[in-house]
Design a protein around this ligand. Structure first.
Ligand code: FAD
Length: 405
């Protein structure tokens, strides 16, 4: 049986490990974290609606459930040509048949970023945001600013949804405490129409929500720097803030950027539709002609450069589709004729999320034909909570998987 090495233990890496084990391959997963983190439900940590620990699934438990090997260590170097991966411990992994890279993304750097916290940063940041929310509630009044930035080199790396969700949840928390009127809540972003990728209807509905909830908006001005007490924009104007939650756009992972892998301008790994790393623009999944190029490397999830629609976005469910496809494609490639029914990710590109507000939610969907946002008061909130429980227990194999989820 083939030996498959997976780098990264997030949505993409864990799904790949589960599905490659279903095909009976020997799988080794390397992660610099001891747990798989359920990012989408982390928006409730800062408002104490959920405990941080509930979002962490121990990788050892996943290992036991699915039978893969686990190495908790940090990848420091990847050499495609040498076929070797070097870990922080000095260990070199070079005995694999196929390599699946699923290490996620880094974040864009901004001046003064240390004055902000991000709900999309390291998992532990959600706890620091919780401390800041506690602090500002104790102050009894204040100015809170939430926002996100863009990556001009890759629009798919922008993540704004969790920023909206967390803001609505904080609004709700202040309302419950009867002190909402003592706070100024502002959402800021450098683009004139943040959230546009969700489609025109969603954009209109977000504007309505902002009006209804008395949330100010500050859009269309580039961010120059963050300071302890506010945000400075390109025209040197300042938005005052006692606490700033800011989600920088995604950027290529540092280890990937210094590797010999082919990258797009932003530092994400170039792949073809089947998630095979594309070493040249004429490469196709199974050309197999030029043996000087490795044909056994795949990149999936946030680490990969998505291609296609201008509204495309790096999302967890796309990461999982890519992972399942790679498990299928590796198996397919082993067929005597080299395989013919390879699966692609592009036809599955869509935006799909349940945007939570603390007391309800909206279902957001966009593909190449449709774009809509459906309000789901109360029930939406509980649906998202239910999904969090489903994500944990289905990955641990304790409840059956719903196909495609
Ligand atoms: C707050 C929040 C809410 C979200 N909501 C949604 C949603 O509603 N719907 C949706 O579809 N998507 C959502 N997303 C996006 C989704 O979580 C990401 O697209 C998904 O996590 C990408 O998975 P990934 O495995 O590619 O990357 P990641 O989840 O980032 O995983 C990367 C893994 O690689 C590991 N790693 C990194 N560097 C190294 C290294 N050097 N050595 C070893 N291991 C390393 C990390 O520890 C991590 O385990 C949300 C994201 C956030 C942050």
């Amino acid at each position: 049986m083939k030996n498959i090495l997976i780098l990264g233990g997030g949505f993409a890496g864990v799904e790949a490990a589960i599905f490659l084990r279903k095909e009976n391959y020997n799988v080794t997963l390397v992660s610099d974290r001891e747990f798989f983190y359920i990012f989408p439900t982390s928006i409730w940590v800062p408002t104490r609606e959920t405990a941080f620990e509930k979002l962490c699934v121990d990788l050892k438990e996943l290992q036991e459930a699915h039978g893969f090997d686990l190495i908790v260590d940090s990848v420091e170097d990847i050499s495609a040509q040498k076929g070797a991966v070097t870990l922080a411990s000095g260990k070199v992994l070079d005995k694999y048949d196929d390599l699946v890279i699923a290490m996620g993304a880094s974040k864009m750097k901004h001046k003064g970023l240390e004055h902000t916290l991000s709900i999309c940063g390291a998992p532990e940041q959600s706890l620091l945001i919780r401390d800041q929310v506690d602090k500002i509630v104790a102050m009894g009044e204040g100015k809170i600013c939430f926002g996100f930035g863009g990556n001009p080199k890759d629009s798919s790396a922008v993540r704004g949804g969790p920023g909206f969700e967390l803001l609505f949840n904080v609004h709700n928390l202040l309302k419950k405490k009867g002190i909402r009127d003592k706070y100024e809540l502002t959402f800021f972003a450098p683009m004139p129409e943040p959230g546009k990728r969700m489609g025109p209807k969603a954009l209109k509905m977000m504007a309505k929500f902002f009006d209804m909830l008395d949330i100010k908006s500050h859009f269309g001005k580039k961010i120059k720097a963050f300071e302890k007490d506010g945000i400075i924009f390109e025209d040197d104007s300042k938005l005052e803030s006692d606490f700033t939650m800011f989600i920088p756009a995604g950027d290529g992972h540092e280890v990937i950027k210094k590797s010999d892998l082919p990258l797009n301008e932003a530092g994400f790994i170039k792949i073809d539709d089947h998630c095979n790393v594309r070493f040249s623009d004429v490469d196709t999944f199974c050309d197999g002609e030029d043996m000087s190029r490795p044909h056994n490397i795949y990149a999936i999830g946030d680490t990969a450069a998505l291609e296609g629609y201008e509204w495309r976005a790096k999302q967890g469910h796309i990461a999982e589709v890519m992972a399942r496809n790679v498990a299928h494609n590796i198996k397919e490639k082993e067929k005597e004729n080299g395989g013919e029914s390879f699966l692609g990710y592009n036809e599955h590109l869509n935006i799909l999320c349940v945007m939570d507000s603390g007391d309800g939610a909206s279902f957001v969907y966009r593909d190449d034909k449709r774009a809509f946002m459906i309000p789901m008061p109360v029930v939406g909130h509980w649906l998202k909570k239910g999904w969090g429980v489903y994500a944990r227990y289905s990955k641990l194999g304790k409840i059956p998987r719903i196909p495609g989820m």
